[in-house]
Ligand binder design. Structure first.
Ligand code: DC
Length: 231
């Protein structure tokens, strides 16, 4: 069966990764969470004191970019990918509120985007990949055979992230998460480089009122159409 490229873009916490991960596992494709890569760079900044009272130390970060190595490895138990930063598993650390509240300005830096987009394109060269993010269908893989743009209300997305953090035993405030979701939407949509927008040929999915199972079935049907040709 021919292998295709699947780009899943959308707002933060709208369930993109869940659907992308599940589809990749089912069809035997590689799954790449591009947001995790921006989060890993943010964690690097936190660990290396690159957030200063005046903002990000961009000169130091730009100089450090060639030394920031990001990779993914499958967790043998869960079969889910884990993010590694310079050889260290940082999967849990990149999901904390500390990283969530600081990642958008890092992701808006042109030299960060340039480096990560290059890496993402390299990872997708052989096709057979599902990648999720904000600019996958517009910038990273503009020729992807299947593009999905996912939306859901800010309140529903905040509730999902709250439930996720609670389930992991992490401290969380719904109000704080909602404010963070709205702020990230704003920055993601209004930044100068690669702002979040729906590619013209992307299929819109509003999953506000869909269960994970319903969403899975919808995506499986779209995948079939993309691989076998639309009737
Ligand atoms: O999907 P996420 O919440 O883990 O993404 C973290 C941040 O990274 C989010 O603020 C948007 C940014 N991002 C991006 O700018 N481009 C991508 N392809 C993926 C994520």
């Amino acid at each position: 069966m021919k292998k295709i490229t699947i780009a899943i873009d959308g707002y933060s916490s709208c369930g993109k990764s869940t659907m992308a991960k599940d589809l990749a596992r089912e069809v035997g494709y590689i799954y790449i969470d591009s947001g995790a890569m921006y989060r890993a760079v943010t964690l690097y900044c936190l660990d290396n004191g690159l957030f200063t009272p005046d903002g990000i130390d961009t000169a130091q970060l730009e100089a450090a970019m060639p030394n920031i190595r990001i990779s993914f490895q499958l967790n043998p138990e869960t079969q889910r990918p884990m993010t590694y930063l310079n050889g260290v598993n940082v999967e849990d650390r990149i999901r904390t509120m500390e990283v969530s509240t600081r990642v958008s300005p890092v992701a808006a830096l042109p030299f960060v985007r340039e480096a990560l987009v290059k890496l993402q394109q390299e990872m997708g060269k052989a096709k057979g990949i599902v990648m999720d993010g904000r600019d996958i269908g517009t910038v990273v893989f503009p020729d992807a055979e299947l593009k999905i743009f996912v939306v859901a209300s800010a309140e529903i997305r905040a509730q999902r992230r709250y439930d996720e953090l609670k389930a992991k035993g992490q401290e969380a405030s719904y109000e704080e998460i909602l404010a963070n979701v709205k702020e990230r939407d704003y920055i993601d949509q209004n930044r100068e480089v690669s702002p979040l927008r729906q590619a013209e040929d992307a299929i819109l999915l509003d999953n506000s009122n869909l269960t994970i199972e319903e969403q899975k079935q919808w995506l499986a049907a779209e995948f079939e159409k993309a691989v076998n040709g639309k009737c």
